[in-house]
Design a protein around this ligand. Structure first.
Ligand SMILES: [Zn+2]
Length: 373
């Protein structure tokens, strides 16, 4: 198995933290994009952040990962995972109404409702809807003997955390969050189809807008980079560990170039062991791989759903779903819930135009901060 780690690690380095990553246009020096002339007057103007942070000044040296106490994990005793489970039986065991067949349409849909919300499952499709949000399952539900059957891993890692478990909460004091502005320095990320400005500018600005908003909500906030510098993915993970982060959020913008049509929001968390990923970007997707962050599978999906819902309203574009990926090296090693957000497509001219405005990035920052109140 260890040989796979090498492959995955190399692939993660190659592909960056999540975005399609065309090479930098070679310019390499771009003006900061949080200048006031891009901020509409009815929105808070970005305040420069004082440089007193104990955050990285240069690439941080690798830090020994200390064991971060799992402050928000509430272990729940559950029976072993069965490969396929009758959703009718599961609903009865948990005292929910049986799944209900939705009105006839081009697809066969069933809904199941708990006090926490409604999940809509489509037979033969991995795309489900949770409280109106697109959620990508590991396996397509099936009908067997007139009952909905769902894969045990989806039940355990998707349905139960959302429909059954206590919602995600954080301690009211001394909450620590690490915000990771994607890319930086020579690693520009993808580029805007409008003017080739690099993703790294927009992710840093998003993070810098987010920081004071989170601090106002009582979070201690650390940024993996506070200026235009390249930080390795493993150092971003080590940085979160050394700061004993309770939450890690990596910020990115997306690209589907040369396809310029795709737009919208994607939120990623690590794929649970045994489950196929939603996205592989051509990387191997070894289902048996176990990463430290898999300990937080249930909290990851709760965090992803919470943030995705808030961001979708701010983004105002297509819901491309809460997704799973195994190749994103920036998610593997965290000892806390961790997600990666693709806040929009820089390869789509209409969406890039929005992303290039400070007002839009402010909206994304405010949405995240409100979701983490
Ligand atoms: Zn990116």
């Amino acid at each position: 198995m260890f040989k796979y780690f090498g492959i995955i690690f190399a692939a993660a380095l190659l592909f960056g933290a999540g975005c399609a990553t065309p090479s930098n246009d070679g310019n390499g020096s771009f003006p900061p994009d949080w200048s006031a002339n891009q901020v509409t007057t009815n929105l808070p103007i970005y305040q420069p952040i004082p440089t007193v942070l104990p955050a990285v000044k240069t690439n941080p040296p690798p830090v020994a990962i200390r064991t971060n106490p799992p402050v928000v994990v509430k272990p729940v005793k559950r029976p072993p995972i069965l490969t396929w489970t009758s959703l009718n039986r599961w609903a009865a065991e948990n005292k929910f109404a049986a799944p209900r067949r939705a009105a006839n349409g081009p697809t066969v849909n069933y809904s199941i409702t708990s006090p926490r919300g409604t999940m809509i499952l489509t037979i033969g499709s991995r795309e489900a809807i949770w409280r109106g949000l697109e959620l990508h399952l590991g396996f397509a539900p099936e009908i067997i003997d007139d009952q909905v059957f769902i894969h045990g891993l989806d039940l355990r890692k998707n349905l139960e955390p959302l429909l059954l478990d206590e919602p995600l909460t954080f301690s009211s004091t001394n909450r620590i969050i690490v915000i990771d502005p994607g890319h930086g320095g020579v690693a520009g990320g993808t580029i805007s189809t409008l003017d080739k400005r690099p993703e790294k500018e927009f992710t840093l600005d998003w993070a810098r807008r987010l920081k004071p908003l989170l601090e106002a909500n009582g979070w201690r906030v650390f940024l993996t980079r506070t200026y235009d510098t390249d930080v390795s993915l493993s150092n971003r993970v080590a940085f979160a560990a050394s700061h004993r982060a309770d939450v890690f959020i990596s910020l990115h913008f997306n690209s589907s170039a040369p396809d310029h049509k795709q737009s919208g929001l994607e939120t990623y968390c690590l794929t649970p062991v045994g489950m196929p990923s939603t996205l592989t970007r051509g990387n191997p997707d070894y289902y048996s791989q176990i990463f430290p962050n898999n300990y937080y599978d249930e909290l990851n999906i709760q965090l992803a759903a919470k943030l995705h819902g808030a961001l979708l309203q701010a983004n105002g574009e297509e819901d491309r779903g809460i997704r799973r990926a195994r190749f994103m090296g920036v998610l593997h090693g965290h000892r806390c819930p961790a997600v990666l957000i693709e806040g929009g497509f820089l390869s789509n001219a209409r969406e890039a135009e929005k992303i290039e405005t400070g007002a839009f990035r402010q909206r994304l920052a405010e949405a995240l901060a409100n979701a983490l109140k």
